[in-house]
Design a protein around this ligand. Structure first.
Ligand code: HEC
Length: 171
Protein backbone atom coordinates (compact mmCIF):
# COMPACT_ATOMS: atom_id res chain seq x y z
CA UNK A 1 0.00 0.00 0.00
CA UNK A 2 1.20 3.45 -0.76
CA UNK A 3 1.53 6.08 1.93
CA UNK A 4 -1.38 7.96 0.33
CA UNK A 5 -3.75 5.03 0.70
CA UNK A 6 -2.78 4.50 4.33
CA UNK A 7 -3.27 8.18 5.06
CA UNK A 8 -6.71 8.15 3.42
CA UNK A 9 -7.75 5.15 5.53
CA UNK A 10 -6.52 6.82 8.72
CA UNK A 11 -8.41 10.03 7.95
CA UNK A 12 -11.59 8.08 7.17
CA UNK A 13 -11.32 6.20 10.46
CA UNK A 14 -10.85 9.47 12.32
CA UNK A 15 -13.93 11.05 10.71
CA UNK A 16 -15.94 7.91 11.42
CA UNK A 17 -14.92 7.95 15.09
CA UNK A 18 -16.01 11.60 15.38
CA UNK A 19 -19.41 10.77 13.90
CA UNK A 20 -19.83 7.81 16.26
CA UNK A 21 -18.95 9.79 19.36
CA UNK A 22 -21.30 12.65 18.37
CA UNK A 23 -24.05 10.09 18.01
CA UNK A 24 -23.17 8.58 21.42
CA UNK A 25 -23.36 12.00 23.09
CA UNK A 26 -26.86 12.48 21.65
CA UNK A 27 -27.88 9.16 23.14
CA UNK A 28 -26.60 10.17 26.57
CA UNK A 29 -28.26 13.60 26.65
CA UNK A 30 -31.18 13.30 24.28
CA UNK A 31 -33.38 15.89 25.96
CA UNK A 32 -32.48 19.47 25.15
CA UNK A 33 -30.14 18.58 22.30
CA UNK A 34 -32.67 17.03 19.94
CA UNK A 35 -36.15 18.26 20.86
CA UNK A 36 -37.20 21.77 19.80
CA UNK A 37 -38.00 24.06 22.73
CA UNK A 38 -41.67 24.97 23.26
CA UNK A 39 -41.22 28.77 23.61
CA UNK A 40 -43.47 31.15 25.57
CA UNK A 41 -46.70 29.19 25.19
CA UNK A 42 -48.30 27.48 28.19
CA UNK A 43 -50.00 24.72 26.19
CA UNK A 44 -46.91 23.88 24.14
CA UNK A 45 -44.84 23.93 27.31
CA UNK A 46 -47.22 21.50 28.99
CA UNK A 47 -47.11 19.19 25.97
CA UNK A 48 -43.32 19.40 26.00
CA UNK A 49 -43.13 18.53 29.72
CA UNK A 50 -45.60 15.65 29.50
CA UNK A 51 -44.91 14.15 26.06
CA UNK A 52 -41.73 15.37 24.33
CA UNK A 53 -39.33 15.65 27.24
CA UNK A 54 -41.17 14.15 30.25
CA UNK A 55 -40.04 16.05 33.32
CA UNK A 56 -40.51 13.07 35.59
CA UNK A 57 -37.46 11.49 33.96
CA UNK A 58 -35.31 14.54 34.83
CA UNK A 59 -33.02 14.92 37.81
CA UNK A 60 -34.33 16.17 41.11
CA UNK A 61 -33.01 19.51 42.40
CA UNK A 62 -29.60 18.62 43.93
CA UNK A 63 -29.80 17.57 47.57
CA UNK A 64 -33.60 17.77 47.60
CA UNK A 65 -35.40 14.47 47.70
CA UNK A 66 -39.00 13.82 46.79
CA UNK A 67 -41.71 15.43 48.91
CA UNK A 68 -39.48 17.79 50.87
CA UNK A 69 -41.00 20.45 53.07
CA UNK A 70 -42.25 23.60 51.33
CA UNK A 71 -43.79 26.89 52.39
CA UNK A 72 -46.72 29.09 51.38
CA UNK A 73 -47.95 29.61 48.70
CA UNK A 74 -46.74 26.47 47.01
CA UNK A 75 -47.49 23.53 49.22
CA UNK A 76 -46.59 21.61 52.35
CA UNK A 77 -44.62 19.08 50.33
CA UNK A 78 -42.68 19.64 47.12
CA UNK A 79 -40.80 17.63 44.51
CA UNK A 80 -38.66 19.67 42.14
CA UNK A 81 -37.25 18.48 38.81
CA UNK A 82 -34.66 20.29 36.65
CA UNK A 83 -33.74 19.76 33.01
CA UNK A 84 -30.12 19.18 31.93
CA UNK A 85 -29.53 22.87 31.15
CA UNK A 86 -30.80 23.92 34.57
CA UNK A 87 -28.75 21.22 36.27
CA UNK A 88 -25.53 22.41 34.57
CA UNK A 89 -26.33 25.99 35.65
CA UNK A 90 -27.05 25.00 39.26
CA UNK A 91 -23.66 23.28 39.41
CA UNK A 92 -21.76 26.15 37.75
CA UNK A 93 -23.35 28.83 40.00
CA UNK A 94 -23.23 31.59 37.39
CA UNK A 95 -26.97 32.10 37.07
CA UNK A 96 -29.40 30.02 35.06
CA UNK A 97 -28.71 29.55 31.33
CA UNK A 98 -31.34 30.14 28.64
CA UNK A 99 -33.42 27.02 28.18
CA UNK A 100 -33.33 26.12 31.89
CA UNK A 101 -36.60 24.62 33.08
CA UNK A 102 -37.59 23.99 36.71
CA UNK A 103 -40.73 21.97 37.36
CA UNK A 104 -42.09 21.77 40.88
CA UNK A 105 -44.87 19.43 41.97
CA UNK A 106 -46.89 20.84 44.85
CA UNK A 107 -48.59 18.56 47.37
CA UNK A 108 -50.68 18.96 50.49
CA UNK A 109 -49.38 17.58 53.81
CA UNK A 110 -51.31 14.36 53.12
CA UNK A 111 -49.59 13.99 49.73
CA UNK A 112 -52.39 15.09 47.47
CA UNK A 113 -50.99 16.54 44.23
CA UNK A 114 -52.46 20.04 43.85
CA UNK A 115 -50.52 21.83 41.11
CA UNK A 116 -47.39 22.15 39.01
CA UNK A 117 -45.26 25.33 39.13
CA UNK A 118 -42.85 25.94 36.29
CA UNK A 119 -40.07 28.45 35.61
CA UNK A 120 -38.65 28.38 32.09
CA UNK A 121 -35.89 30.75 30.99
CA UNK A 122 -36.34 32.10 27.47
CA UNK A 123 -33.70 34.38 26.00
CA UNK A 124 -34.99 37.98 25.72
CA UNK A 125 -38.49 37.09 26.97
CA UNK A 126 -38.59 39.46 29.96
CA UNK A 127 -35.16 40.94 30.78
CA UNK A 128 -36.33 42.83 33.88
CA UNK A 129 -37.83 39.62 35.24
CA UNK A 130 -34.78 37.46 34.61
CA UNK A 131 -36.25 36.23 31.30
CA UNK A 132 -38.42 33.71 33.17
CA UNK A 133 -41.65 32.40 31.71
CA UNK A 134 -43.90 31.43 34.64
CA UNK A 135 -46.62 28.82 34.59
CA UNK A 136 -48.95 27.08 36.98
CA UNK A 137 -50.94 24.01 35.96
CA UNK A 138 -53.76 22.19 37.69
CA UNK A 139 -53.39 18.39 38.05
CA UNK A 140 -55.35 17.89 34.79
CA UNK A 141 -52.79 19.99 32.89
CA UNK A 142 -54.85 23.16 32.57
CA UNK A 143 -52.77 26.37 32.72
CA UNK A 144 -54.14 28.44 35.61
CA UNK A 145 -51.58 31.21 35.10
CA UNK A 146 -48.78 31.72 32.61
CA UNK A 147 -46.41 34.25 31.11
CA UNK A 148 -45.09 37.29 32.95
CA UNK A 149 -47.27 36.51 35.99
CA UNK A 150 -47.16 39.45 38.38
CA UNK A 151 -47.86 37.42 41.52
CA UNK A 152 -45.01 35.01 40.83
CA UNK A 153 -42.57 37.77 39.86
CA UNK A 154 -43.41 40.04 42.83
CA UNK A 155 -42.60 37.35 45.37
CA UNK A 156 -39.68 35.73 43.53
CA UNK A 157 -38.14 39.22 43.10
CA UNK A 158 -36.98 38.88 46.71
CA UNK A 159 -34.47 36.47 45.23
CA UNK A 160 -33.50 38.68 42.28
CA UNK A 161 -29.84 38.40 43.25
CA UNK A 162 -30.13 34.64 42.91
CA UNK A 163 -31.82 34.71 39.49
CA UNK A 164 -35.30 34.75 41.17
CA UNK A 165 -34.75 31.32 42.69
CA UNK A 166 -35.46 30.28 46.29
CA UNK A 167 -34.62 26.58 46.43
CA UNK A 168 -30.82 26.83 46.33
CA UNK A 169 -27.90 29.07 45.46
CA UNK A 170 -27.45 29.34 41.69
CA UNK A 171 -25.07 32.32 41.58
C1 HEC B 1 -45.42 34.59 48.19
C2 HEC B 1 -44.23 34.14 47.52
C3 HEC B 1 -44.32 33.29 46.28
C4 HEC B 1 -45.18 33.39 45.21
C5 HEC B 1 -46.35 34.32 45.01
C6 HEC B 1 -44.75 32.38 44.25
N1 HEC B 1 -43.66 31.68 44.71
FE1 HEC B 1 -42.66 30.22 43.76
N2 HEC B 1 -41.50 29.91 45.40
C7 HEC B 1 -41.61 30.62 46.59
C8 HEC B 1 -40.75 29.99 47.59
C9 HEC B 1 -40.57 30.46 49.02
C10 HEC B 1 -40.13 28.90 46.95
C11 HEC B 1 -39.19 27.87 47.59
C12 HEC B 1 -39.96 26.59 47.88
C13 HEC B 1 -40.82 26.71 49.08
O1 HEC B 1 -40.29 26.91 50.15
O2 HEC B 1 -42.04 26.63 48.93
C14 HEC B 1 -40.61 28.90 45.58
C15 HEC B 1 -40.18 28.01 44.60
C16 HEC B 1 -40.60 28.03 43.29
C17 HEC B 1 -40.06 27.20 42.25
C18 HEC B 1 -38.82 26.33 42.38
C19 HEC B 1 -37.60 27.19 41.98
C20 HEC B 1 -37.28 28.27 42.99
O3 HEC B 1 -37.50 29.46 42.69
O4 HEC B 1 -36.86 27.94 44.10
C21 HEC B 1 -40.80 27.42 41.13
C22 HEC B 1 -40.62 26.77 39.78
C23 HEC B 1 -41.80 28.40 41.47
N3 HEC B 1 -41.66 28.76 42.80
C24 HEC B 1 -42.74 28.88 40.57
C25 HEC B 1 -43.70 29.84 40.93
C26 HEC B 1 -44.76 30.28 40.02
C27 HEC B 1 -44.96 29.78 38.61
C28 HEC B 1 -45.50 31.21 40.71
C29 HEC B 1 -46.73 31.95 40.26
C30 HEC B 1 -47.82 31.18 39.70
C31 HEC B 1 -44.89 31.34 42.03
N4 HEC B 1 -43.81 30.51 42.11
C32 HEC B 1 -45.35 32.18 43.01
C33 HEC B 1 -42.38 31.73 46.81
C34 HEC B 1 -43.38 32.19 45.96
Amino acid sequence: MTKKVILTILISLFVLSLALSANAIHKIIPSETTIPEPGADAEKLNEYLIIHNPYRAWSLWPEKGRLYKGTEPHGALLTTFVNDTAMHSIKKKKGMADGSIIVKENYTADRKFTSLSVMYKIKGYNPEGGDWFWAKYSPDGKAEASGKVKGCIDCHSKMKNNDFIFTGKVK
